[in-house]
Design a binder for this molecule. Structure first.
Ligand code: ADP
Ligand code: MG
Length: 256
């Protein structure tokens, strides 16, 4: 077994009276893509920010390649992990290429890493465009290029595919898998359960700040569990040509 790259123990995060993350244990190893799923407000983004060291846990701790995030210097964290956040307000009129170059600041800036990251996210054609004028999905792809350009051993992606058309969703997920296969650890928050089913090595299902299930896609994507957690009738069938589940909503009432 390779060394666990992301290890979190008994992670709890409270704000005032609210417990956003409650006693979560989490691991992700080199070479692995782990998807985090769960309803809106389940605590997925808070968990990712705790794992990435952007938030300090109220209780528990996070180790990234053995380094406790609470003790790490920002510069050390920047070399260990990169993160695509859900919202990246960039008000300064940077071009797309400049946004990607920001990712290289902890390293020496080199054009090759930037060009490669833009190529792999299909954003080369936006290089000279002002980032703020790109569509939501285009901005996400440029932000993803910024994350990829950092070449960190650990990559956190918060809903990288939510604003994308199906072709770019697939492209981004294939890219995320490719990155994980470079002996890196990729943790990605997804809303698309089928994308998680197809691409993730493991899935972690969150609800109300807690992890309610974790394991292989076929273990976690159970229709009764999903129906309960999402408060939405769901059905799970076999994918027609892949060795993974296919998840569908299952309301039986006629269209009105
Ligand atoms: P998810 O990413 O799964 O949709 P989040 O981790 O963003 O959920 O948020 C979890 C819950 O915590 C949500 O109900 C959200 O409204 C709440 N929340 C997030 N940040 C704060 C905060 N600073 N203070 C209080 N509640 C917060
Ligand atoms: Mg979120």
């Amino acid at each position: 077994m390779p060394e666990a790259t992301v290890v979190a123990r008994s992670l709890t995060y409270r704000v005032g009276d609210a417990t956003l993350v409650a006693g979560v244990d989490f691991e992700a190893t080199h070479g692995e893509l782990v998807a985090v799923i769960g309803p809106n407000g389940a605590g997925k983004s808070t968990l990712l920010n705790l794992l990435a060291g952007n938030l300090r846990p109220t209780e528990g701790h996070v180790l990234l390649d053995g380094v406790d995030t609470s003790d790490a210097l920002p510069g050390d964290l920047a070399l260990l992990r990169s993160m695509l956040t859900q919202r990246e307000p960039i008000d300064i009129p940077y071009t797309a290429a400049q946004v990607v170059q920001i990712g290289r600041f902890p390293h020496r800036r080199d054009a090759a890493a930037v060009a490669e990251a833009m190529e792999s996210t299909d954003t080369t054609q936006f290089a000279a465009r002002i980032y703020a004028t790109l569509s939501g999905g285009e901005q996400t792809r440029v932000s993803l290029a910024r994350v990829l350009a950092q070449d960190t051993p650990i990559v956190f992606l918060d809903e990288p595919t939510t604003a994308l058309d199906v072709a770019h969703q697939e492209r981004v997920m294939r890219e995320a898998v490719r990155v994980s296969r470079q002996h890196r650890a990729v943790v990605v928050v997804l809303h698309d359960l089928n994308s998680a089913a197809i691409h993730a090595d493991r899935i972690v299902l969150m609800n109300q700040g807690a992890v309610v299930a974790g394991g292989l896609p076929s273990d976690v994507l159970q229709q009764d569990l999903l129906t309960t957690v999402y408060a939405q009738p769901m059905v799970v069938v076999d994918h027609p040509f892949r060795d993974c589940p296919l998840v569908l909503t299952a309301d039986r009432s006629p269209r009105t």
